[in-house]
Design a protein around this ligand. Structure first.
Ligand code: BGP
Length: 470
């Protein structure tokens, strides 16, 4: 059998994209609550500090998972999930982020969620911060301020103690490299002002690294059974050609992206990143003891999202205004989704090898999936053979990485295992799920849940531990 016994098959969501109930039971406003709905041609707007009358904020209702989690988790159980990757909305526990006492209603909610998971034999895999920073922290400058580390660690301390024995797998920051990317990304990744400068983003990342390192140590102290992982947002690229300048351009691009897992997995900034900061005049706010802390707080495992691969080369650069990578190339060998994302299962095997060779840490693929516009057929069912094909090829790539390459891969959680709101565009109609949710982009509908064809297929995959892929 290629997949090891105990392989963690499952699915993934994030609180702000599925829960709704944005102001219920004492929850405070988080970054996602100020992001309007967009679509492929209109980016989402960030309206912080206001919520503008008449605009749609998709996270307000989302798929109402907050009130329907029992039904949803029962369906995950029916599929045979071994794990459910989800996030705790920080502002349900600390409404403004900086309180001393947690909000009991928020804590009780996740007690019920975790109990429900265990009822179905599902091990929760919890992201502590997934694009939902309490906006009460904006008055401090959010992650630019070192104080925010203490608020985050206090939040961790509370949830590690409260859920001891119920949760064993934690991820500190979703796609931690988002902080260094574009305007929307740094807001999503940490409630930062979208116009933050490269210096501000580098400072914020530095603080997130320290916070993550402290969280790792604390999790181990509170429960030696705890395992804490890093989560990298899957940016990977191939060289545009074998022109050495393209190969070098691609390498520099990847080096830049890998700074994030390097710090979390190796406990220090790579020399290339420090040199780049020096050239750009960026100064990290280093204090005594920080280097030791980063070393002592390396993660137990590395996870990442994988949707597509990119191409980079001598013309690749980071846009100076937005910080977004401009790779400047496309890949003629790959098809793309309706949202222009390349479909590249071989790239998944490639990246698993890359990370295994680079860090030698256990790996999990915690996001992978196909976002499409789809409607139920006349029989009321979504017949999503394309999604089955997509996942089958990616599972084969993981199988090859394990069986042929010896990669230590421990789990696979597909993104949006139930239809949820898209993070990038805010659309509901960009659907990834094995379960169809009857809600449209205006959040109208019955919200009924119906298994798609892929639901029964994934059930067979899990039951056979990845042997049966048809
Ligand atoms: C990742 C995020 C998720 C998620 C996914 C799919 O970057 O961690 O939150 O939503 O991408 O992206 P989208 O929702 O934009 O299709």
């Amino acid at each position: 059998m290629a997949f090891p016994e105990g392989f963690l098959w499952g699915g993934a969501t994030a609180a702000n994209q599925c829960e709704g109930a944005w102001d219920v039971d004492g929850k405070g406003p988080c970054s996602a609550d100020f992001m309007t709905q967009g679509d492929r041609s209109h980016p989402r707007e960030i309206t912080w500090p206001e919520r503008v009358e008449g605009k749609v904020y998709p996270g307000d209702i989302a798929i109402d998972h907050y009130h329907r989690f029992e039904e949803d988790i029962a369906l995950f159980g029916e599929m045979g999930f071994k794990t459910y990757r989800m996030s705790i909305a920080w502002s349900r526990i600390f409404p403004n982020g900086d309180e001393t006492e947690p909000n009991e209603a928020g804590l009780a909610h996740y007690d019920a969620v975790f109990d429900c998971c265990h009822k179905y034999g599902i091990e929760p895999l919890v992201t502590i911060s997934h694009y939902e920073t309490p906006m009460g922290l904006a008055k401090y400058g959010s992650w630019e301020n070192r104080k925010v580390i203490d608020f985050f660690v206090h939040y961790c301390d509370v949830i590690f103690r409260r859920y001891k024995g119920k949760v064993h797998y934690w991820l500190t920051f979703n796609e931690i490299n988002s902080m260094g990317m574009g305007m929307m990304s740094c807001y999503m990744a940490g409630g930062m002002d979208p116009h933050s400068t490269p210096q501000q983003k580098a400072t914020a990342s530095y603080h997130q690294f320290l916070a993550s390192a402290k969280a790792v140590q604390l999790a181990h102290q509170i429960d030696p059974e705890n395992k804490v992982g890093a989560m990298y947002g899957g940016i990977f690229s191939y060289p545009a050609t074998c022109d050495p300048d393209d190969v070098m351009g691609n390498y520099k691009f990847m080096q830049n992206c890998f700074m994030y897992p390097d710090v979390q997995c190796r406990g220090a900034y790579p020399a290339s990143a420090l040199k780049a900061y020096e050239r750009e005049g960026i100064v990290l706010p280093v204090q005594e003891g920080d280097a030791e802390l980063l070393k002592a707080g390396t993660v137990d495992f590395l996870t990442y999202s994988y949707y597509f691969s990119m191409v980079a080369g001598k013309d690749t650069h980071f846009d100076v205004d937005t910080g977004s990578p401009v790779t400047g190339y496309s890949n003629p060998y790959l098809e793309t989704t309706e949202w222009g994302w390349t479909i590249d299962p071989v790239g998944l095997r490639y990246t698993l090898n890359l990370f295994w060779d680079r860090y030698g840490l256990p790996l999990m693929v915690v996001e992978n999936g196909l976002g499409v516009i789809e409607e139920p057929g006349e029989d009321g069912i979504v017949h999503d053979q394309y999604r089955i094909d997509y996942h089958r090829e990616h599972i084969k790539a993981m199988r090859d990485a394990i069986e042929l390459d010896g990669v230590d891969l421990r789990g696979y959680t597909t993104w949006g295992c139930i239809d949820i709101v898209s993070a990038g565009t805010g659309e509901m109609r960009k659907r990834y799920g094995f379960i169809y949710v009857d809600a449209d982009d205006s959040y109208q509908g019955s919200f009924a849940r119906t298994p798609k064809d892929s639901f029964w297929w994934y059930q067979r995959v899990i039951a056979s531990n990845g042997e049966c892929l048809e």
